[in-house]
Design a binder for this molecule. Structure first.
Ligand code: PGA
Length: 247
């Protein structure tokens, strides 16, 4: 069975104070017996403070990025070992903002995925098409090529052990969401690409998820939860989204 997850990507927002306050509000409300596992992704510099608030409780911590290198003279990079040391269990790889703004290639994303998984972190591989690619009918081809690049490096079974988040680039931070049917269509294609081994792989949808549109998205057969950006910065809204996920 696919594990149900709800992930909050805080991106480059907040201060130590606001991060601690948000984490403690979530922590007060979220219990271990909820249907989904909740993961929050604070900026690197807030991870330690957030961790001291949520402890070993019901909420897991992830990082928004990871170095493709394991150790050494790589100024400004953060390694898998450092993330584990900070209590992280998950890491986002291939987020569209890193692909588009920071120029991360499919190959670099694959290396980051491998480093993360080899160290014991669970990578959440983000994939998705631009508006132009969707308009040209290339959505499934783009998404499957992004996944293939990782399969090539680590093999299908290792990709199936991770989490994949489908996030259409045109729906991220724009207020525009893929319709539940559009999202399901791509999720279904991803599930088909993974084959038998991917039947229990957790597939998340991301892109302007809000409490008002989450129920319909999460009701789709191949959607096992959400990767939430903007709406995860407000405790009540994020909790309302999280509670819509059924195991
Ligand atoms: P959004 O971001 O919910 O603000 O669209 C989602 C994401 O980037 O993961």
């Amino acid at each position: 069975m696919c594990k149900a997850l709800v992930a909050g990507n805080w991106k480059m927002h907040g201060t130590t104070g606001s991060a601690v306050s948000l984490a403690s509000q979530l922590n007060q409300d979220w219990a271990q017996n909820n249907a989904a596992e909740m993961i929050i992704f604070p900026p690197f510099v807030h991870i330690s403070a957030v961790r001291s608030v949520i402890g070993e409780g019901a909420i897991s911590i992830g990082a928004q990025n990871i170095s493709q290198y394991s150790d050494g003279a790589y100024t400004g990079e953060v390694s898998a070992e450092m993330l584990l040391d900070q209590g992280c269990k998950y890491v986002l790889v291939g987020h569209s903002e890193r692909r588009a703004v920071m120029g991360e290639s499919d190959q670099m994303v694959a290396k980051k995925f491998k480093v993360a998984q080899d160290s014991g972190l669970t990578p959440i591989l983000c994939v998705g098409e631009s508006l132009k690619q969707r308009q040209q009918g290339e959505t499934v081809a783009v998404v499957s090529a992004q996944i293939d690049a990782v399969i090539e490096l680590v093999g299908l079974s290792n990709v199936c052990r991770a989490v994949i988040a489908y996030e259409p680039v045109w729906a991220i931070g724009t207020g525009e969401t893929a319709s539940p049917q559009q999202a399901q269509q791509v999720h279904h294609a991803i599930r088909a690409q993974l084959g038998e081994a991917g039947r229990s792989t957790t597939l998340l949808y991301g892109g302007s998820v809000k409490a008002s549109n989450a129920a319909e998205l999460f009701a789709q057969p191949d959607i096992n939860g959400g990767l939430v950006g903007g709406a995860s910065l407000e405790a009540d809204e994020f909790l309302n989204i999280a509670k819509l996920i059924e195991a």
